[in-house]
Design a protein around this ligand. Structure first.
Ligand code: AMP
Ligand code: MG
Length: 425
């Protein structure tokens, strides 16, 4: 049986990222940039006023009630027609182009208007003004030619404003992998049905599909396949055109655990079977090689915690790497145990837990959840991390340091849009 690290490096050696595609930015959320993005503008594009007020020469304001002649009104989108000279000011709105000659703006609230014969004046209620007051200079935030986003950045909803500002209505992203998910088991019924005695609902399939989508993958949930060699053969063969096929169940030592044999018959090259890990030991991994295409096949154990642990340790980093991100072993962080914990692990183990910010705010405090076996979905849904336990007998005290694997609790859920890709190409 191989170790977790060996399994990871074997998978990694078989994982090759896909090419790039051009997409409208709203379809690129959750996907990874395949190029550096450079701004074609300065931001702001001109020296601009940050407030509604009066553009003037700072040195003109001397003493309590300076009065200046108002020469024009500059609104956003219009250009100044005149220069500000000593003794004058221009009414200016937020974001508007600062007129030449002016070097500061006084807020409207710090002024009052004074009508003089044939002349509108403004009185400044500030004793002095610093040059640059309420002015943002051209290019203060971005210079034309700046690299604003780097290749490998995963696009977030938050980035869309900046992408728009720098003229990137379409971006080149790494094509996300196409992933098919198939839950195997004679005992399974779809979540919409009431299971007859002896049956259970397929919970792994929908969970694996949702977690996969969260990585940016394009996912097809194939539903349930019975433990029949004919059905399995048909379903697996049909999906060897995908980039990744994730199977759940049928990889242990039971009489109906047919997945490794059927994969072998279909020419899927076994890379490894079984990992020194708990839960998740039966994990199977193979590759279907065709001259023009490769499918990575994961056979995850059917028990829900084992399936989740294998997804987080092995499948997630693979999907992320295929989608263009750097390979990462997952969000492992150090945490302190919130309470005493005793356990015995005969293999490196993972248990569902909750992690919160510790009372001093400097680390995580992790609390293992009481769970009733590997099928306890209720504990899984309450967890936001998995505690990693070393082999052997452990007796942890509150405050002891441990490793935790953070679970994603807020997936970015942007299905990759075929139609958008077609339109763009
Ligand atoms: P298997 O790996 O096929 O031997 O399944 C191990 C355990 O996980 C059995 O108790 C199955 O009933 C359960 N199981 C298998 N597949 C699923 C699934 N898709 N959803 C929920 N439980 C499952
Ligand atoms: Mg089974």
């Amino acid at each position: 049986m191989i170790s977790i690290d060996e399994a990871r490096s074997l998978i990694r050696a078989e994982t090759h990222r896909k090419g790039s595609i051009q997409l409208p930015i709203e379809c690129a959320i959750g996907l990874t940039l395949a190029e550096n993005l450079i701004s074609d503008v300065d931001s702001p594009p001109h020296d601009k006023s940050l407030v509604d007020g009066y553009a003037l020469i700072a040195a003109d304001v001397q003493g309590p009630e300076t009065e200046l002649a108002v020469i024009e009104e500059i609104t956003a989108g219009s250009l100044p027609q005149r220069s500000v000279e000593t003794g004058t000011a221009a009414r200016i709105m937020t974001g508007s182009v600062l007129p030449s000659g002016a070097d500061a703006v006084v807020m409207h609230e710090d002024t009052s208007q004074v009508a003089r014969p044939n002349q509108q004046n403004v009185r400044i209620h500030q004793r002095s003004v610093d040059a640059g007051q309420h002015v943002m200079t051209r290019g203060a935030s971005i210079r034309r030619g700046d690299t604003v986003f780097s290749r490998n950045h995963r696009v977030r909803a938050l980035d869309i404003g900046l992408l728009s500002e720098i003229g990137q209505a379409e971006v080149s992203v790494t094509q996300p992998p196409r992933v098919a998910i198939l839950a195997t088991g004679n005992e399974l019924v779809p979540p919409s049905q009431t299971p007859p005695t002896g049956n259970i609902r397929n919970s792994n399939g929908p969970l694996l599909a949702a977690l996969s989508r969260g990585t940016g993958a394009e996912v097809v949930d194939l539903g349930i396949c019975p433990d029949s060699a004919t059905s399995l053969r048909q379903q697996i063969r049909r999906n060897l055109e995908m980039d990744v096929l994730i199977l759940s169940g049928g990889v242990s030592a039971g009489v109906l655990d047919l997945v490794p044999r059927i994969c072998d018959e279909l020419g899927v090259r076994q890379v490894f079977h079984k990992v020194y890990l708990k839960p998740g030991k039966p994990l199977w991994f193979g590759v279907s090689d065709h001259p023009s295409h490769q499918t990575l096949v994961f056979g995850l154990p059917g028990n829900p915690l084992g399936s989740l642990v294998c997804f987080e340790l092995f499948v997630r980093p693979t999907l992320e790497m295929l989608a263009g991100q750097e390979y990462q072993d997952g969000g492992v962080v150090r945490a302190q145990l919130a309470s005493e914990y005793r356990c015995y692990a005969d293999r490196p183990s993972y248990v569902p837990a909750t992690a919160r910010s510790s009372s001093d705010g400097r680390s995580f405090a992790a609390q293992p959840l009481t769970y009733h076996g590997s099928a306890d979905q209720r504990s899984l849904a309450a967890a936001n991390c998995l505690i990693s336990l070393p082999v052997g007998e452990s007796s942890f005290q509150p405050g002891d340091w441990i490793d935790i694997l953070l679970l994603e609790t807020q997936s970015c859920f942007q299905p990759y849009l075929h139609s958008a890709a077609r339109e763009a190409s």
